[in-house]
Design a protein around this ligand. Structure first.
Ligand code: G3H
Ligand code: 13P
Ligand code: ZN
Length: 309
């Protein structure tokens, strides 16, 4: 039981048709809910922390809570920085004991993204930490933007191969049609699988990462709406598309929105049904259990990584 890097877990997953869930964490209940699910399923696990999560919880709390979860459950965890925007935050996380960092230079021109990524790779590798980078821009869901226009921002397969070769990065996040949040598609869900297959064929040994991979499960959206939430039109990546992506080099599947929805839907239900309740344990506890159920479902039925530890 330990903090581990993603190296071994990706090496096993890359030539198999399963992927590893990378779940965003912000507080104790979210960490416990996820780690309990991985323990029950004997599954490999990545917990990831965004800059916003670091600021909200304060850095020391999240790393210590993750250490506590490992002691409590015996589950191996890769602790990853999500969307690090510059060298400084990546360095801080390496120094804090993270085992993996993402340098997200996707908003920069190609050569600048390469230079920034190389700088992080050099520092992280010298400290035994692995690095994820990103090439291409995740899709937006603005009105009137057609698939053709959106695909101009998708990851170019030849550039991906050059990027990996020149940076020495350990894994690569790619843009093939997903986006962050609960409103991913205006019309029918669309992912560019042909592009994914080309990228995987050109860099077959590089683990690929799918950001924006929440499915925005109907059950939670409906419950949020039923108990006073207002999130009409929410739409995620269909679960069969995630299963399909895992066959073509996608090793890491990023999930945050589904955690937020599962927890919030349950807390809403408890508070609406018990308006006199004011003990935080009475609603945070059920919220935590809802996360465990949802993550177990992902591990078993979507990521197909039960028993792969
Ligand atoms: O990719 C973004 C993640 O969902 C983290 O979101 O920056 O609000 O913590 P956040
Ligand atoms: P979702 O918003 O689809 O959960 O994506 C999360 C993510 O990509 C975190 O990096
Ligand atoms: Zn992301």
């Amino acid at each position: 039981m330990a903090l581990v890097t993603t190296k071994e877990m990706f090496a096993k997953a890359i030539n198999d048709d399963y992927a590893i869930g990378a779940f965003n964490v912000n507080n104790m209940e979210i960490i416990q809910g996820i780690v309990d699910a991985a323990q029950a399923e004997n599954a490999p696990l990545i917990l990831q922390v965004s800059a916003g999560a670091r600021k909200y919880a304060k850095p020391a709390y999240l790393t210590k809570l993750v250490e506590a979860a490992i002691i409590d459950t015996g589950v191996d965890v890769a602790l990853h920085l999500d969307h690090g925007e510059d060298f400084d935050i990546c360095k801080k996380c390496v120094d804090d004991g993270f085992t993996s960092v993402m340098i997200d230079g996707s908003k920069h021109p190609f050569e600048e993204n390469i230079a920034l990524t190389k700088e992080v790779v050099e520092y992280a590798h010298a400290h035994g930490v692995v690095v994820e980078a990103e090439l291409g821009k995740l899709a937006g869901v603005e009105d009137n933007i057609k698939v053709d226009a959106r695909s101009a921002t998708f990851t170019d397969p030849d550039e991906a191969a050059e990027f990996v070769e020149r940076t020495g990065v350990d894994s690569l996040a790619i843009a093939i049609g997903t986006s962050h949040g609960a409103y991913k598609f205006k019309g029918d869900p669309y992912l560019d699988f042909e592009r994914l297959k080309k990228i995987h064929a050109l860099i077959p040994d590089t683990p690929l990462v799918l950001h924006g991979a929440s499915s925005v499960l109907r059950e939670f959206v409906d419950r949020c709406n039923e108990y006073g939430g207002q999130i009409p039109g929410a739409q995620g990546v269909p679960e069969d598309m995630i299963r399909e992506a895992a066959k073509y080099g996608i090793c890491k599947v990023n999930i945050d929105t589904d955690l937020r929805l599962a927890m919030t839907a349950e807390i809403r239900r408890v508070l609406v049904e018990n308006p006199a309740e004011f003990d935080p344990r009475k609603y945070l506890g059920p919220g935590r259990d809802a996360i465990t159920r949802m993550v177990q479902h992902k591990i078993k039925n979507v990521l197909n990584c039960s028993g792969r530890r």
